[in-house]
Design a protein around this ligand. Structure first.
Ligand SMILES: C[S@@+](CC[C@H](N)C(=O)[O-])C[C@H]1O[C@@H](n2cnc3c(N)ncnc32)[C@H](O)[C@@H]1O
Length: 323
């Protein structure tokens, strides 16, 4: 452990509290099979002020000016380090979207792909996350002015880009090809509903509702579960360097992967730890229901309902100031 960040082991993984650049630098080359994340979208959310609203120290948070080039440097330094940490042939899946700022729609995802290619990441897939529920703040303009030039579509999509660290010997899937038969059998993907949505590059998920999560912009658990299942094996290490509420850790824990989530805000890191603990507790109580009553299972059934209830209440009491 270095003094620059704190580590909280939980379940099959851990949450690290600190700057992801520092944490990534402490990891060995090629440690992870898969990286999944959603970085800050330029200045769309002021996380420092948002956590102050959670603590009741501030009523609302406000966006601040951040130079775009400074932001680009911030991301590039971190995704460069990530390229070292992901094993050759491993994937880096990034959820990102354009942001609106000072009357402009900033095409962040399209710049981002170029930045990643400059670093050496190979672009593989562009998946659209279509939000099945979204607030419509724009499309009404054409209703009021039904003439050319007044079209502002409602924003219901974000991107999920898939990049890959080049494999050695041009063997781009080398970390997947050499798995044992037993490993493959234990990781076979359920194909029953594959021909519906999963086989296409438009994925439809409901966004997380404000009362379900204290973070201002979590991605859906189902989205990250799909990514984890498609790009890693049980026991592999999955890293999320901007982990927020720990959705990646939760998904990885549920799917039997090792996981490392990193976030710079203590409130989110604490919350992420609690959420992974919930997963472990839920799994334990499911086992308890099918096991004969032992001292351990009695303790679990005694403690689970109260703790689960207080967590639910805490989440319901929390408010999200924006989407
Ligand atoms: C878009 S959010 C991620 C949300 C996450 N995917 C979830 O589902 O909850 C980006 C996160 O990056 C964190 N962050 C910003 N700068 C960071 C840094 N230098 N190191 C680590 N985390 C950072 C913010 O605190 C924020 O929680």
């Amino acid at each position: 452990m270095t003094s620059d960040y704190e580590r909280f082991p939980v379940g099959r993984g851990e949450i690290a509290l600190g700057d992801c650049l520092t944490v990534l630098r402490s990891l060995p080359e090629g440690a992870a099979t898969l990286a999944v994340t959603s970085p800050p979208y330029h200045n769309a959310i002021n996380y420092e002020q948002h956590t102050q609203t959670l603590a009741g120290e501030k009523e609302r948070w406000e966006r601040i000016e951040i130079q775009y080039d400074e932001y680009r440097q911030f991301l590039m330094e971190r995704f460069k380090e990530l390229l070292r940490v992901v094993a050759p042939g491993g994937y880096n899946v990034v959820n990102i979207a354009p942001v609106s700022w000072q009357g402009r729609r900033v095409p962040l995802p399209f710049h981002f792909v170029g930045w990643m290619e400059e670093l050496g990441w190979v672009f593989r897939e562009d998946i659209v996350w279509e939000k099945t529920v979204a607030r419509d703040r724009r499309s009404g303009v054409l209703l009021q002015h039904p003439y050319p030039g007044y079209y502002y579509p409602s924003l219901v999509a974000e991107y999920v880009f898939v990049f890959q660290r080049p494999g050695e010997r041009r063997d781009r899937n080398n970390i997947y090809w050499h798995r044992s038969g037993a490993d493959r059998a234990a990781n076979e993907i359920d194909m029953s509903d594959y021909q519906g949505e999963k086989s296409k590059n438009v994925w439809r998920f409901r966004p997380v509702a404000p009362q379900e999560n204290i973070h201002p912009c979590p991605y859906p658990l189902e989205l990250v579960e799909r990514v984890v299942e498609f790009y890693s094996y049980k026991g592999d290490l999955v890293v999320d360097m901007f982990a927020g509420s720990g959705q990646t850790n939760v998904a990885a824990e549920r799917l039997g992967r090792r996981h490392l989530g990193i976030d710079i805000m203590r409130e989110y890191a604490d919350y992420a730890v609690g959420r992974v603990e919930d997963v472990i507790r839920d799994a334990d109580s499911e086992t308890v229901e099918t096991e004969p009553t032992t001292a351990r299972s009695r303790a679990a059934t005694d403690t689970v309902p109260d703790e689960a209830d207080s967590e639910t209440v805490a989440r319901e009491q929390s408010t999200r100031t924006t989407s």
